[in-house]
Design a protein around this ligand. Structure first.
Ligand SMILES: Cc1ncc(COP(=O)(O)O)c(C=O)c1O
Length: 379
């Protein structure tokens, strides 16, 4: 099955019991057994639930993975992944990264003796030079949040595998519709499902997808059922419903984003535009090589912090809100929101400052979006 068909139909598609083409919400914590050692395959919903299982199997298929686990948030998924590592392990991460990922690493998992190093993963030579004998994983966000840096998934996976390290890719920004890291050599994909996979700003969810690596699958199964940061049946159903329109949404978001990115460059108060779909983006060629689309995320800088701050209050149509990937266009101020707790030194290194705004382009009429953005950014 091709991608768009798979998105609409899902793994099973319909309920095998009743034929319902909207996969049912199995709102049950537990499942009755006929007798000792007789089970339908479902015992208790922390471990397995049919609605969540349909979502997990559908996303595993979309990412070309072997297994998927649906978590109560993207951060719960990242937390589960970090539990794969032990005292003394070293993890390399993209230096331009969602602030919550930096926080969970530095404030929580470093307490257990795991060391985290943030490097420019868009430069393969830097990655090569940063690997040590203790490096057990490389975690990349590509395109990265918020500076839209692109890392070469195939090249980094080769390097990682020479050193028996896992390559983990946060694929939140592009979704499996535009990028499939496992097919490029990555071992694990993580999503904030809250974003493009959900697409309607109404569910917080996380998805972790793994290649056929038995030791990782076994350990994640154990972590998942033991920790219990599971996605509930109703949220799983909302995600299934959302994924049916993934292609329509992300292709329209990309169409709007392409127009807005080049138009932003013409505004007198805009100084820099970061969008992987612009031909002058430093990784435009790499993006063409490893993705089938550019997505709907644009960051840009304005002439002064005052213009940035005032624009947030002047918006009439676009929402000033944290998050991304939904049908509604959102403008975010990374330095005060998504990256507020990231180390200042790290933000300065990648260029996140008080002039930077991040736009998650929705599916509204592009002319309405331009009109609103133009008046908000005017001096
Ligand atoms: C790239 C990226 N990864 C992970 C997360 C965390 O996901 P969640 O908010 O669903 O916990 C976010 C949240 O904004 C994100 O932008």
């Amino acid at each position: 099955m091709r991608d768009t068909t798979l998105q609409v139909r899902g793994a099973n598609g319909y309920d095998p019991v009743t034929g319902a083409i909207s996969f049912p919400i199995y709102q049950s914590a537990t499942f009755r057994h006929q007798a000792l050692h007789q089970s339908t395959g479902y015992d208790y919903s922390r471990v397995k639930n049919p609605t969540r299982e349909e979502l997990e199997n559908s996303v595993a298929a979309l990412e070309r993975g072997s297994r998927c686990w649906a978590f109560s948030s993207g951060m719960a998924g990242i937390g589960a992944l970090l539990k794969l590592f032990r005292t003394g392990d070293h993890i390399l991460l993209s230096e331009d990264l969602y602030g919550g990922t930096v926080r969970i690493c530095n404030a929580i998992y470093s307490k257990f003796g795991i060391s985290f190093e943030y490097v420019d993963t868009s430069d393969i030579e830097v990655v090569k030079a940063s690997i040590t004998s203790n490096t057990k994983a490389i975690f990349v966000e590509t395109p990265s949040n918020p500076m839209m840096l692109v890392s070469d998934i195939a090249a980094i996976s080769e390097l990682a595998h020479v050193h028996q390290a896992l390559l983990i890719v946060d694929n939140t920004f592009l979704s499996p519709h535009f990028q499939k890291p496992l097919t490029l050599g990555a071992d694990i994909v993580i999503h904030s499902g809250t974003k493009y996979l959900c697409g309607h700003n109404d569910v917080v969810a996380g998805l972790v997808i793994v290649k056929e690596i038995p030791r990782v699958i076994e350990e994640l199964d154990l972590i998942y059922k033991s920790e219990g940061s599971i996605l509930g049946p109703f949220d799983s159903w909302l995600m299934l419903r959302s994924i049916k329109t993934l292609a329509l949404r992300v292709e329209k978001q990309e169409k709007n984003a392409l127009q807005i990115a080049s138009w932003l460059k013409t505004l007198p108060t805009v100084t820099d535009v970061y969008y992987v779909g612009l031909k002058d983006h430093p990784s435009y060629e790499l993006t063409l090589k490893q993705t089938t689309g550019f997505g709907g995320m644009i960051s840009f800088k304005v002439k002064s912090a005052k213009i940035a701050a005032e624009a947030l209050g002047k918006l009439k149509l676009v929402y000033f809100a944290e998050s991304l990937g939904g049908v509604e266009t959102l403008l975010t101020y990374p330095i005060e929101q998504t990256h507020a707790e990231a180390p200042k030194e790290l933000l300065a290194r990648v260029g996140v400052d008080d002039r930077l705004l991040r736009l998650s382009v929705g599916i509204e009429d592009v002319e309405d979006l331009k009109e609103d953005i133009e008046q908000a950014l005017a001096e």
